[in-house]
Ligand binder design. Structure first.
Ligand code: CA2
Length: 150
């Protein structure tokens, strides 16, 4: 039997490289580097490898999602503003058969009207939002539970 890859992809969209540097009242004071370290520890302590990426470019997110088709056993994505606009991300995510968890640091449902639609949610297995950077750790638990109970 082929061995299943044990790599979890975490993709981050535009402006998340600024995490911890602006709007701490909405997004907290931890940096994306801090989030990456927390996620690495959470994955490795459960026997998984982490691939953690950020890009401001929509097409690069599409490329990473396509890469995940063969290289990942689960995908976690914070698409940032592309959540609310991107049919390209929706189409790419629909080609995956692995668990997909959409994460948000804030709670878009409690924010502006333009954040009330998520194209990504329509392709995701589940969504975790509003829990600060802990949303990422809960998403890792969700992916691992899905895989271990499959
Ligand atoms: O709450 C989230 O995680 C969001 O995905 C963040 C996006 C927003 O467009 C989504 O509606 C919800 C914005 C990311 C911007 O990141 C910044 C980080 C620090 C300072 C300024 C922006």
């Amino acid at each position: 039997m082929a061995t299943m890859t044990k790599t979890i992809y975490i993709l981050n969209g535009p402006n998340l490289n600024l995490l911890g540097q602006r709007e701490p009242e909405i997004y907290g004071s931890q940096t994306l580097g801090d989030v990456q370290s927390l996620c690495k520890t959470a994955c490795e302590s459960n026997g998984y490898t982490l691939e953690f990426l950020q890009t401001n470019i929509e097409g690069e997110l599409v490329n990473h999602i396509q890469e995940a088709r063969t290289k990942a056993c689960g995908l976690i994505i914070n698409p940032a503003a592309y959540t609310h606009t991107s049919i390209a991300l929706y189409d790419a995510l629909k080609t995956l058969t692995i668990p997909i968890i959409e994460v948000h640091i804030s709670q878009p449902a409690a924010r502006e009207s333009f954040r009330q639609v998520s194209y990504v949610a329509q392709a995701a297995t589940g969504t975790i939002s509003g829990l600060g950077v802990n949303s990422y750790l809960l998403a890792i638990t969700a992916v691992i539970n899905k895989l271990d109970n499959a």
